[in-house]
Design a protein around this ligand. Structure first.
Ligand code: AMP
Length: 289
């Protein structure tokens, strides 16, 4: 596996690969890799001739400074996992490389100061609990996409709202990139794999299974009862509230395409949730029908 730290070197390499007619697949990550990330690499390898992964813990998408500082960094293990998975190229830029003018700069060099406006979809759910998060995410993903210009981009359903917004971003920056959403990889007990799971102590880890259990509960309620969507949502919230140690930020049933509040059970529905357990913020979601 080739490792590039400089944008210019990666761009040159990708240009050459494209000239040779290779299809380029891209998997952006923040590292601390786990089987959920590796599943994206595996899928990418099936669809594309050249698999490019990036690891960059993007400071501008963390609204909570301590969350950023505590974000796990396991680079040497990540490199081992990626090589073993058959990843071709790893892009490992420094913060300086991505933000040469500093983080506070109003006009990031790469974006000529453009802030994206995604409308409501970026201001609800994660957007309302993590102000600025999608702004920071979109800036760095736009930057990475403009460098790699992949034919296909692979992202996880785990971050459902994020991949919807990236779909809009691709249109906004007019790239010819196909976005492929890959299913959430879970632990045996159902907990969605996440780099943050390593920060859970034993008690919190046990409790965390209730996140996916509650999503499954909502799904079963929709299937097996005639209850209205709002009632199922309330019952799911109540279920989560019953566990001491789980602090729910939101549990919402939304239209799967727009994330708007659904009017009918016949719409394509998704339940999305964010909770804090033992000081660790975890998100998950599940398609309900
Ligand atoms: P992150 O490193 O958390 O920014 O995630 C990088 C990519 O991996 C994103 O597209 C995530 O949605 C995806 N991802 C993270 N966890 C999982 C998982 N458990 N299953 C599938 N994809 C995941």
């Amino acid at each position: 596996m080739l490792i590039f730290k400089r944008i210019k070197d990666l761009e040159d390499y990708i240009k050459k690969a494209k000239k040779q007619g290779l299809s380029i697949g891209f998997v952006p990550t923040m590292g601390a890799l786990h089987p959920g990330h590796i599943a994206l690499i595996d899928t990418c390898k099936i669809h594309c001739k050249l698999t490019v992964c990036s690891i960059f813990v993007n400071p501008t998408q963390f609204n909570d400074k301590s969350d950023f500082e505590k974000y796990p960094v396991t680079i040497s293990n990540d490199i081992k996992l990626l090589s073993h998975a058959g990843c071709d190229v790893l892009f490992l830029p420094s913060v300086m490389e991505i933000y040469p003018n500093g983080l506070e700069q109003k006009k990031p060099a790469y974006q000529t100061g453009r802030r994206f406006n995604f409308g409501l979809i970026a201001n609800i759910l994660e957007g309302s609990f993590r102000p600025g998060h999608f702004d920071g995410m979109a800036q760095v993903v736009a930057r990475l996409l403009k460098i790699v210009k992949p034919h296909q981009l692979f992202m996880g359903q785990k971050d459902y709202q994020q991949q919807l917004i990236v779909g809009l971003l691709i249109k906004k920056i007019k790239l010819n990139t196909r976005l492929v959403m890959c299913p959430t990889v879970r632990e045996k007990d159902g907990l969605a794999m996440s780099s943050r799971n390593t920060r859970l102590d034993a008690t919190s880890r046990k409790l965390a299974v209730q996140i996916s259990k509650t999503l499954k509960y909502a799904k079963a309620q929709l299937k097996n009862t005639k209850a209205e969507i709002g009632v199922i949502q309330q019952k799911s919230l109540k279920r989560l509230a019953g566990f001491e140690g789980i602090e729910t930020e939101y549990f919402e049933i939304r239209n799967a395409k727009t994330l708007e509040v659904p009017k009918r059970r016949s719409e394509k529905l998704i339940a999305l949730t964010a909770v804090k357990i033992g000081g660790v913020r975890l998100i998950d979601n599940m398609a309900l029908n």
